[in-house]
Design a protein around this ligand. Structure first.
Ligand SMILES: Nc1ncnc2c1ncn2[C@@H]1O[C@H](COP(=O)(O)OP(=O)(O)OP(=O)(O)O)[C@@H](O)[C@H]1O
Ligand SMILES: O=C(O)C1=C[C@@H](O)[C@@H](O)[C@H](O)C1
Ligand SMILES: [Mg+2]
Length: 167
């Protein structure tokens, strides 16, 4: 199993699918699992029930995916906020995809599907990263910078960082 973590828009879903193809394994994404299970979008869950309820749903989804799946697994950007989830990640191969704030605004700006960045993306992204950077770094076994790299280049860098060869 290879687990991908990192902030919204860093490319977990894009790179996760490429990485799974390169390794010849399945791809799974906990955000997609939640949408399928709940029958509504992540933004709708945030609006209807608030972030704490979303985090509880997410925690279950991550636990289930880590147990059921063997392949590439992309986690929701905020899943590492949960202490039990961080404990579950110990012993896994965890790749932290990182980027700087300008890249983040380019990739996520003005996208209402990401409720945590809806109002002032640059400021909100900085604040999120202040709170989370050490959590991402703490659970990561490899850190891969995505700034100025294409998704294919990021995928190759992740394979190199993990010392994994294609299937
Ligand atoms: N290396 C890259 N260079 C440029 N654009 C990228 C790169 N990787 C992803 N993108 C683009 O950035 C956007 C966000 O990518 P993606 O949805 O894969 O991120 P994510 O980490 O899964 O986000 P979320 O946490 O919201 O699910 C997409 O429009 C994607 O095409
Ligand atoms: O970073 C976050 O807190 C989030 C990231 C996305 O993957 C989604 O799980 C949701 O938009 C929240
Ligand atoms: Mg995604």
């Amino acid at each position: 199993m290879v687990v991908l973590i990192g902030p919204m828009g860093v490319g977990k879903s894009t790179v996760g699918q490429l990485l799974a193809e390169r390794l010849g394994v399945g791809y799974r994404d906990t955000d997609d699992d939640i949408v399928a299970e709940q029958g509504r979008t992540i933004a709708e869950i945030f609006v209807d029930e608030g972030e704490p309820v979303f985090r509880a749903i997410e925690k279950q989804a991550v636990q289930r995916a880590l147990t059921e799946h063997d392949g590439v697994l992309a986690l929701g950007g905020g899943s590492i906020l949960d202490e039990d989830t961080r404990a579950l990640l110990a012993g896994q191969r965890v790749v932290y995809l990182s980027m700087d704030v300008e890249e983040a605004v380019k990739r996520t700006g003005l996208n209402a599907a990401r409720p945590l960045l809806a109002v002032n993306p640059r400021k909100q992204w900085r604040e999120l990263m202040e709170a989370r950077r050490h959590l991402y770094e703490g659970v990561a076994t490899a850190v891969v910078t995505t700034d100025g790299r294409t998704p294919e280049e990021v995928t190759q860098a992740a394979l190199d960082a993990l010392e994994l060869k294609d299937a």
